[in-house]
Design a protein around this ligand. Structure first.
Ligand code: NAP
Length: 244
């Protein structure tokens, strides 16, 4: 049986691991989350040591295909996958779920980065719900606003003086998100354009509350890599390659 390496950390990666019939599946996790949801099949944890380390791993394990199913904002590992797959001569597919789309009644402000989101906030409101992850909180520390910060694991970076920390992970409900926003009288939501259903309830709650959403755009994907946005299509790509 040939080996499929799934670069994981997402629900799509777990779904593909369960459905990649005929392959020995190894899912790789970065090891950031203390108690990750584990996929079926084998799991390895931790960085590879850059593109060279990953290329070496692909060759040592005789990997027949790589699917980059990491979070759309995890751009270093995606770039590393492109370089490593090229160097090792292994086919690579990018599987990234579609971003969210603004609808009637939404008031979204798209920004290119977390820093730009922080820059936009003082003009928009005073009580901010912040869901951009625990790695980028530094950018908001000196704004003097109130932040309701929600992360999966406790942050280790500097936090704004006025904040409330909620440790939780999806899926969330619209009712739950609306109650949280009401309780903390939130007047702006900040989120990355992660896409997917698990965390979309906050967008509906923000629309109903008629508050603006600062939406951090995704970083660009590396050029020249076949890309799909559904697990079905990734399965189809794997069938095309043929399990061994
Ligand atoms: P990143 O900036 O792209 O990656 C930083 C380094 O972490 C990489 O260079 C790599 O180290 C290692 N790494 C990342 N993903 C890995 C994986 N799946 N397996 C092995 N090593 C990995 O990534 P990040 O933004 O810190 O995200 C880390 C992981 O959390 C990703 O796998 C992603 O799917 C998941 N995640 C990220 C977010 C987000 O908002 N960024 C949200 C939810 C889940 P080496 O160079 O040493 O190989």
């Amino acid at each position: 049986m040939r080996t499929l390496l799934i670069l994981g950390g997402t629900g799509e990666a777990r779904a593909l691991a369960a459905r990649a019939a005929g392959w020995r599946v190894v899912t790789s996790l970065a090891g950031r989350v203390r108690d990750p949801r584990l996929p079926e099949g084998e799991v390895r944890v931790g960085g590879f040591g850059g593109p060279e380390g990953l290329a070496g791993w692909l060759l040592a394990e005789g990997v027949g295909a790589v699917v980059d199913a990491t979070h759309p904002f995890a751009s270093r590992i995606s770039a590393s996958a492109v370089a490593a797959a090229r160097a090792a001569g292994v086919p690579l597919l990018a599987l990234h779920r579609p971003g969210w789309t603004e609808g009637p009644g939404d008031d979204w402000r798209r920004v290119p980065s977390v820093e730009a989101a922080a820059g936009a906030l003082p003009a928009l409101g005073e009580r901010i719900m912040l869901t951009t992850g625990r790695q980028s909180l530094d950018a908001f520390a000196d704004l003097g606003l109130f932040f309701l910060i929600r992360t999966v694991d406790p942050p280790s970076t500097r936090l704004p003086e006025r904040h409330r920390l909620v440790l939780d992970r999806g899926p969330y409900t619209v009712e739950g998100e609306a109650a949280l926003m009401r309780e903390h009288t939130i007047d702006v939501l900040v989120t990355k354009d992660s896409g997917g259903a698990m965390t979309a309830a906050k967008l509906v709650a923000a629309r109903r509350r008629e508050i603006p959403v600062v939406m951090v755009d995704r970083p660009p994907m590396p050029d020249g890599v076949p890309a799909v946005s559904t697990v079905d299509d990734a399965e189809g790509w794997l069938r095309g390659i043929g399990a061994g």
